[in-house]
Design a protein around this ligand. Sequence first.
Ligand code: BG6
Length: 456
Amino acid sequence: MFKENFYWGASTSGFQVEGGFGLGGKGVASTDVRVVPEGIADSKIASDHFHHFLEDIDLMSELGINLYRFSFNWTRVMGEGREANLEGIKFYNQIIDKCLEKGITPFPTLYHFEMPQSFIEEFGGWQSRECVDQFVKYAEVCFNHFGDRVKMWGTINEQMIVSAASDLNGNHEPNQELKMKKMYQMSYNMSLAEKKAIQIFRKIVKDGQIGPVCSMQVVYPESPSPENILAAKNAEDFLQNCFLDMSVNGTYPLSYTNYLNKKGWYPEVEPEDNQILTENKPDLIGINYYCSTCIRAKNDSDNDSKLPPFYRNEMFTLGNNPFLTKTKWMEFGIDPEGLYIGMRSIYEKYNLPMIVTENGLAYSDILEEGQIHDDYRIDYLEQHIAQCERFIDEGYPLLGYSPWSFIDVVSSHQGFGKRYGLVYVDRTDADVKECKRIPKDSFYWYQDKIKKNKKG
Ligand code: BG6
């Protein structure tokens, strides 16, 4: 059973929802300049939350949520990067205050895929420790300006994705070996930045909670053969433990350290880093979960050049799980029980409370006579919420559930053809129209779910 103080939320991220490109002193972000495929929407207007945020928070209130998980755009808070942008701070103050007025706890993440493009051009972004200092400066501005009212914070959203995706982080190194080395250095620098930000957070937001938001990896071996079991174990270390072990304990799994040393990819570190990494522990872990991952041992004939960099190694590759239902946009398959399995593992390993920060179903929704009948999404959410309830009933600490996404947002790579929202945004990739908000059937279903559960 969900307790009275359970957070029923909904989620977005700054660059995917906000738009307002070049407005209100916003600097140019990596996500503004990346090249999106022809005909796919970019984030310059996105869902135009920049102009609709008051109406959007009214809709959140109508939905009945008591938590809004969003992210600050680094370039709205810090302009081109180095100086605080007071207009941007005012914008987020309006969002925070309006949320609080409606009884909605604001839960921002500092870094959700978007960063000042100037940093990428000047010093290679996260490749340089200069970026660590700049991130800490940005975090400090946020804690100082918002920390009196904002008590729940995310640090980095999905470090696995953002350290690998060149279009987000600017790692366009043509030499593939060197590109991998840089990726691991960037990831290390992000970890260091996260820890230094937590260190400052403790001084400024004394009564707050902060933690990483992970892309939870629920890794299944494709078969019980020892080589596939080992492949799955290695995958866990390289897809999840290397990030969370670092976030929580300030260490890397030994298999990861050994492999990076063998390849000559182990990041450059400074002697004083270790203390910072090990001392500044988070309070919670944000869980992003869409589906589980099936892994098998690598064969010599496998070509992984088209896979994301985190799957490119000699140890493991993607397998196929025949037990799950797959759809066009959920190609790994739908696996509600995976949410329970994954959170259990994370709790046993790290002993920290969790909050589901993203979970949802992608679909190319069709507007029919002004309505969206998304029973497929209701079904997905219902099954995943049931797994959260099971988790809580067994005594595990889950603080809340915040599905992706509150409204339709521009997908991280596939524009508006792929939607997750509880609220439809009436625009297409090619035609922005007026971005009218239309609650989907899932909105009313979730509203009812919250209402019933709040009554206990
Ligand atoms: C998560 C991200 O990886 O998944 C979100 O935190 C993203 O930013 C979401 O939108 C869904 O992925 P996609 O690629 O379908 O937008």
